[in-house]
Design a protein around this ligand. Structure first.
Ligand code: AFD
Ligand code: MN
Ligand code: MN
Length: 429
């Protein structure tokens, strides 16, 4: 059911093959001089995947406006189809993360089959108690899992339990819980009581987790509550995850911190505590901007991966983070942004694999600050594009995913097949 014929991908690749072979050979030689085996790096990168958020394939927006793109997905099956194209060309995104109720559908086994046919499976499932669903009894205007009213909290808990049920049907192994609960005025909320209510509610969700599931708690500094947020930082998230138990861990969305916060240090702390759930990758300049991963601060993304590769290298027990993109595409074709972002995340991982760990250890032990920083820079400044191209080619994808996608006319065809609808749901936050 691949939407872009394999022959079209092959034809596009043909023109690029000769340079790829030459450039790959040259990179292999350069890495060999640094005692790095390019084949080993290639195998590791080939095994790496980052999940796509279903809401990422629709055009995003801001609170000022949304400018819909042509051929936007109308429902979860269309979204899957777009995710299938991303995976077909870029070969780094084998999983899709659903958001409920945005992705509700009548027949989950049909959806699972559709995913299978596209070579996709499902990652963590996301609940939504930050907006009201049609016809629900109690409003989340003043909170959900932490609401002062017990019936509202119960409704929010029930929604999360429903998400777990849906997740079981589609093969998810985790639920991600992000709440917008908080306050807009000093004095509006009793901080300690709100956190207690959060624990009381999340305990009920935790109790319903299947044995092999995890619960990802996602913190966010602000928005939509702008004065205080119940799970505002990794500290609050860590307290909650610790109180809940070993299946609860902390999810790090790169856009959910104050500017200049040292995110890689937070990552290292969570790794050490066995509480790193995984990531929502994106980039930001000011806040939860949801810009494309690595588009503003690629070095920061690299430094995060440097911590992850170090943890794997040092065989930290239980280290198993989940990787996902969480972006909002306002001015680009979401498919192009997601393919490029997946490659950017892959690139950061590949570059982190090039860090000379023994030399870095020695520089750290001898307090050689300059050498330590140079070792990281040497890895970060290595152009690994050809390695990523080769990984895609070997997996049957496109050497140049955006080029192949534009040549395929997929968007034009989607625009014909998917007439614009009034409300395609999601993507604004
Ligand atoms: C929020 C969070 C969270 C949530 C998403 C919805 O990043 O992951 O599910 O937006 O678009 O800001
Ligand atoms: Mn997120
Ligand atoms: Mn966000």
């Amino acid at each position: 059911m691949a939407r872009i014929p394999k022959s079209a991908i092959d034809a596009h690749n043909d023109g690029l093959l000769r340079h790829l072979a030459e450039d790959y050979g040259r990179l292999g030689e350069r890495l060999a001089r640094r005692n790095i085996d390019i084949e080993r790096v290639r195998e590791q990168v080939a095994r790496f995947g980052v999940a796509i958020p279903s809401w990422g394939v629709g055009t995003g927006g801001t609170r000022f406006a949304r400018f819909p793109g042509a051929g936007e997905p109308r429902h979860v099956f269309d979204k899957l189809e777009d995710c299938g194209v991303i995976q077909q060309l870029a070969r780094a995104t084998p999983k899709v993360s659903l958001h409920i109720p945005w992705d509700k559908c009548g027949d989950w086994s049909e959806l699972r089959q559709a995913a299978d046919a596209l070579g996709l499976s499902f990652d963590a499932i996301n609940s939504n108690t930050f907006s009201d669903q049609k016809g629900q009894a109690h409003s989340y205007k003043f909170g959900s899992l932490t609401h002062t009213d017990a019936a509202t909290r119960a409704q929010a808990v029930a929604h999360n339990l429903e998400c777990i049920e849906i997740g079981r049907k589609i093969g998810s192994k985790a639920i991600t819980v992000w709440v917008g609960d908080g306050s807009n005025f000093p004095g509006q909320q009793h901080f300690r009581r709100a956190f207690e209510r959060y624990l009381e509610s999340t305990r009920q969700i935790y109790a319903a987790l299947p044995g092999d599931w995890r619960m990802f708690l996602e913190h966010k500094i602000c928005e939509p509550a702008f004065y205080s947020t119940v799970i505002q930082d990794w500290g609050s998230s860590f307290l909650a995850a610790s109180a809940l138990g070993s299946k609860a861990q902390c999810l790090v969305d790169l856009g959910h911190h104050a500017p200049n916060v040292n995110i890689e240090l937070i990552v290292a702390r969570l790794v050490a505590a066995g509480k790193l759930a995984g990531f929502h990758f994106n980039d930001s300049k000011y806040g939860d901007d949801d810009l494309d991963a690595g588009s503003v601060a690629p070095y920061r993304l690299f430094l995060v991966f440097n911590e992850l590769v170090a943890a794997a290298h040092e065989k930290v027990a239980g280290f198993d983070p989940a990787y996902m993109l969480d972006q909002s595409h306002n001015v680009t074709d979401p498919i192009e942004s997601l393919m490029t972002s997946a490659a950017q995340v892959q690139r950061s991982y590949a570059q982190a694999l090039l860090v000379d760990r023994a030399a870095l250890d020695a520089a750290q032990e001898s307090n050689d600050a300059l050498m330590a920083s140079q070792l990281l820079k040497a890895a970060f400044q290595t152009d690994v594009d050809v390695l990523l191209q080769r990984v895609r080619l070997d997996a049957g994808g496109a050497i140049d995913p955006v080029g192949a996608y534009r040549a395929s006319g997929y968007r034009r065809q989607a625009a014909e097949e998917r007439p614009a609808v009034q409300e395609s749901g999601g993507g604004i936050v």
